[in-house]
Design a protein around this ligand. Structure first.
Ligand code: ADP
Ligand code: MG
Length: 251
């Protein structure tokens, strides 16, 4: 479980996030949704201890993120930020190998090579593994970054808009990979999603944010409802029953 208690963050000026109180259960996929500027990235980066909070506490699997040693926490939680995508002269395989850093401290063993290969296979990057990152499309690069984060093999995985740069087919494929990682690898995945319908289709729980606060949290079916979505996004949303579940339609 990830637990936030009275967490708040103040940026310069009048922008304030929180107080946030939230319990994300272990297992499955939790999607964070909400308008631009709602505070999703701020919350995720505080959980991933890349940003200090001003008040409150966050625990992941019972461990306080502020007081637990970062080397230890790096084996519990991994994070893909929305914008840290440095493009350098690294190959896909080398990038994914960075995910092993908490274990190897730079010295990759044959076991690490096996783990790296496993995630290259998992994300079907075999044919691209020796290409440099700047020789890939945005979508291929995005898959490589997500593979790197999963290669860290932490129980908790935080991903900020991993569908950025992906077309519909690759978005579906990415969500299937994440579902598979949650189910077959037993990961707890918290993912910021821009598109409500990807949340509706693949998430087990939804956390809805608006204006720096959490306005709803619950099982997906309870959140994907006309009145809730209309109020979160300040635009008319109608939910209909599609062939594979609920679909949110915008007016
Ligand atoms: P979201 O990910 O939901 O779009 P963010 O967490 O990025 O939202 O931003 C929440 C609010 O905090 C926004 O009003 C944004 O402008 C502000 N904010 C985010 N990062 C900073 C920063 N580094 N400095 C000042 N304000 C920021
Ligand atoms: Mg964001």
């Amino acid at each position: 479980m990830i637990e936030l208690k009275n967490v708040s963050k103040r940026y310069s000026g009048e922008v304030a996030i929180g107080p946030l109180n939230l319990r994300i259960p272990k297992g499955g996929i939790t999607a964070m949704i909400g308008p631009n500027g709602a505070g999703k990235s701020t919350m995720l980066t505080m959980i991933g201890r890349l940003l200090d909070m001003d008040e409150g506490t966050i625990e992941i699997a019972g461990q306080d993120v502020q007081s637990t040693k970062s080397g230890h926490l790096a084996k519990v939680v991994s994070i893909l930020r929305q914008e840290n995508h440095f493009v350098t002269k690294l190959t896909v395989r080398q990038l994914i190998g960075f995910g092993r850093f908490p274990y190897t401290k730079g010295r990759i063993t044959s076991h690490d090579e096996e783990v790296i290969s496993k995630y290259i296979d998992f994300f079907r990057l075999e044919e691209l593994q020796h290409r440099y990152l700047d020789e890939l499309s945005g979508g291929q690069r995005q898959r490589a970054y997500v593979a790197m984060v999963l290669c860290q093999e932490t129980e908790y995985v935080l991903l900020d808009e991993p569908l950025n740069n992906l077309d519909v087919a690759h978005s579906v494929e990415m969500m299937r990979h994440l579902k598979d990682a949650a189910q077959s690898l037993g990961r707890t995945i918290v993912v910021v999603l821009h598109d409500i319908n990807f949340a509706a289709r693949y998430a087990d729980y939804i956390c809805a944010c608006k204006e720096g606060r959490i306005v709803e949290f619950g099982p997906t079916d309870e959140i994907i409802r006309d009145e809730i979505l209309t109020s979160i996004f300040d635009t008319q949303v109608k939910v209909i029953e599609g062939p594979k579940g609920k679909i949110a339609c915008y007016h």
